[in-house]
Design a protein around this ligand. Structure first.
Ligand code: HEC
Ligand code: HEC
Ligand code: HEC
Ligand code: HEC
Ligand code: HEC
Length: 488
């Protein structure tokens, strides 16, 4: 039998296409083509809509359009060759696979139009695939996706994030950072997390520390150049007493932030961070709070080992502990997911005058209501508002009559503090997340600087009150130093 057009280019294509056309004639391939085409058209329509509408879309719509629809699209696309393959195997096993496929008669207008359609569809598919995968990745990297899609799970961290100095920094800048390898690692663990959320197998609260966090040197230092730290930072902290007048007291500290100076590495940042790894430690609990051993590379290049006799119980426990090089996150473990404690949050709100110190006992009352147990967030907000208004109505009727607006705004602020920090459904409450900066509320710096970590040659990790800060005033009502500095 002579094959029409054999030898010329069109003929070659004919030889190629014949089996495809013949074998493609099966249910699976056709269903695949229909699925792909309809998913593709929906995507195209949606992109047109998105361009016209502008602005970010709802996170759930994002999941459907950037992840699920492209998934369906790929699925349909995969069915097409699968159908061809299955039909071929089946025909071969039945012995009916033609040695020469029936010829394609390009004079047949229906077939010709069919080819044109397939050609156009292929070009469109390539474009759609490109855009869809790009947008899928972009969507997964967005703050909305990370923070809001699984809102029960991420509710606590997202609330804290929005109210933090990093609220304009995307989640991925700290959690993934630049480069392909962490990107892939994070996407793999992301897939696991999607399963955890789907089947509700995630732990409540989400455990910290994050074990697979990219080293801070590669993320934080994109924006905070450690060589740049220098000098001191004045910290003025106002607290209000739980008395009738909400008496304010002030603590004034000069934090010796330090860094790299002509004298070498000084102060808080200079001592722990360097161009080389300076400090590493072993912790024996899963929250990095119990630190029996610390190794330190001193200025002479000598490695010193500090051990806490109190914390080391045996060497097996030490060997099983976590060994870690110290970086930013060991002190700044909550640079953006900073949960508050009731006393501090109320102090801050009074300082900002969202809560008026004119209201008698407001500090005491607010903290009391925040610390109470509530079954859920809805009940909590109701009872907080009722608690505050009832208190003034019954105990201070004059205040209640004259300052209704102040009472209402105080009640709203206290509700907000509660909602920002307590999430019963995630088992997140006051103090669930530890903050390692400082030593008042949690162990923090005193995990190592407790005066008990000593070396064989008799050195101790310092607990000198003036090593980290000068305490210029401690809970004074009228610190002289602030007057001298012209700050009050
Ligand atoms: C400024 C950097 C930074 C940004 C921006 C950031 N994170 Fe984090 N995040 C961290 C660090 C550091 C930790 C690790 C705390 C630890 O290991 O103790 C963390 C921990 C977490 C945890 C574990 C629970 C916890 O509170 O420690 C979750 C969940 C999380 N981040 C989600 C997010 C989401 C969602 C966003 C965006 C809305 C985001 N993060 C933005 C730095 C950041
Ligand atoms: C994409 C840039 C970026 C990255 C990455 C980043 N930060 Fe920041 N950081 C900022 C900006 C912007 C501010 C706010 C400066 C301001 O408000 O003056 C800030 C502020 C801070 C502050 C001061 C907070 C305060 O209360 O004043 C600390 C501490 C800090 N960052 C630590 C970190 C740590 C730790 C990491 C890594 C886990 C990190 N940052 C990653 C941009 C970044
Ligand atoms: C040993 C603990 C420790 C380590 C490690 C550490 N910091 Fe700090 N950092 C502090 C303390 C303490 C302060 C002062 C906090 C305060 O009182 O506001 C501070 C302040 C800061 C500030 C605010 C500076 C300002 O002028 O307000 C930034 C930004 C910061 N750190 C970033 C980093 C980055 C980035 C790293 C890692 C390269 C890092 N820190 C490592 C303890 C540490
Ligand atoms: C993992 C253990 C560890 C933690 C946690 C830690 N440090 Fe240190 N720090 C050390 C070691 C080790 C040294 C060096 C030994 C020394 O000088 O006492 C040091 C030295 C210092 C120095 C220099 C002291 C001097 O006299 O030169 C300062 C300041 C300091 N740390 C501040 C802090 C602050 C502030 C925090 C908490 C935010 C903190 N450190 C948390 C281990 C730690
Ligand atoms: C290893 C470093 C270090 C040592 C040693 C140290 N502090 Fe602090 N201290 C800090 C840091 C960091 C903060 C937190 C600053 C902040 O919250 O911005 C802090 C905060 C404070 C505050 C303010 C607490 C508050 O309510 O905000 C007081 C008061 C204080 N320290 C007193 C002391 C005294 C007294 C000593 C001696 C026993 C001491 N510190 C030793 C690092 C240290």
């Amino acid at each position: 039998m002579k094959i029409v057009g054999e030898g010329n280019f069109r003929g070659q294509i004919g030889v190629w296409l014949r089996p495809l056309v013949f074998l493609g004639h099966n249910a699976i391939t056709l269903i695949g083509a229909v699925i792909t085409t309809s998913a593709g058209l929906t995507l195209l329509a949606f992109w047109a809509f998105e361009i016209l509408k502008g602005g970010p879309i709802h996170p759930y719509a994002g999941i459907v359009f950037f992840l699920i629809l492209p998934g369906i699209f790929f699925f349909g696309l995969a069915l097409i060759p699968l159908g061809v393959y299955i039909r071929r195997r089946k025909l071969r096993s039945m012995g009916t696979l033609p040695a020469i496929y029936p010829r394609i008669d390009l004079h047949n207008p229906i077939l010709r139009r069919g080819f044109v359609l397939v050609g156009i569809a292929t070009v469109l598919n390539v474009i759609i695939l490109g855009i869809a995968s790009y947008q899928g990745v972009e969507q997964m990297d967005s703050v909305q996706f990370c923070g809001q899609t699984c809102h029960t799970v991420m509710g606590p961290v997202f609330a804290a994030y929005q109210d933090s100095p990093h609220s304009r920094v995307a989640c991925v800048e700290c959690h993934i950072g630049p480069g392909a390898s962490w990107f892939v690692r994070s996407k793999l663990s992301g897939v696991r997390q999607v399963f955890a959320v789907t089947f509700k197998t995630y732990s409540r609260p989400i455990p910290t520390p994050v074990k697979e966090l990219r080293p801070a040197r590669e993320t934080c230092e994109q924006c905070h150049w450690p060589q740049k730290f220098e000098g001191d930072k004045l910290v003025v902290r106002t607290k209000y007493q739980p008395d009738e007048a909400n008496t304010p007291t002030k603590t004034v500290l000069v934090m010796k932030i330090g860094g790299h100076t002509a004298q070498g590495n000084v102060g808080i940042h200079g001592r722990h961070l360097d161009t080389v790894e300076r400090i590493s430690y072993t912790s024996t609990d899963d929250r990095r709070q119990v630190i029996p051993r610390v190794t330190y590379l001193d200025d002479d290049g000598k490695t010193i080992e500090f051990n806490s006799a109190e914390l080391i119980s045996n060497s097996a426990q030490l060997a099983a502990g976590e060994h870690r090089k110290m970086d930013c996150v060991d002190c700044h473990n909550t640079p953006t997911h900073a949960f508050q404690l009731p006393e501090r949050a109320v102090d801050q709100a009074i300082t900002d005058r969202h809560i008026s110190p004119q209201l008698p006992y407001i500090k005491k009352k607010a903290v009391e209501l925040l610390r109470a147990d509530y079954p859920d967030r809805g009940t909590a907000t109701q009872q907080i508002a009722r608690g505050i208004t009832e208190f003034y109505r019954t105990t201070y009727p004059d205040t209640y009559r004259d300052h209704r607006a102040l009472i209402e705004s105080a009640a709203q602020t206290v509700q907000k503090i509660y909602l920002r920090n307590v999430f019963p459904e995630m088992k997140v409450t006051w103090g669930t997340y530890i903050n390692n900066i400082g030593h008042e509320d949690f162990l923090g710096c005193f995990r190592c600087h407790d005066g008990n970590h000593t070396s064989a040659d008799g050195r101790t990790i310092t607990q000198d009150c003036n090593a980290c800060h000068s305490v210029l005033a401690m809970e004074e009502t009228n610190p002289e130093v602030l007057t001298q500095l012209g700050l009050q």
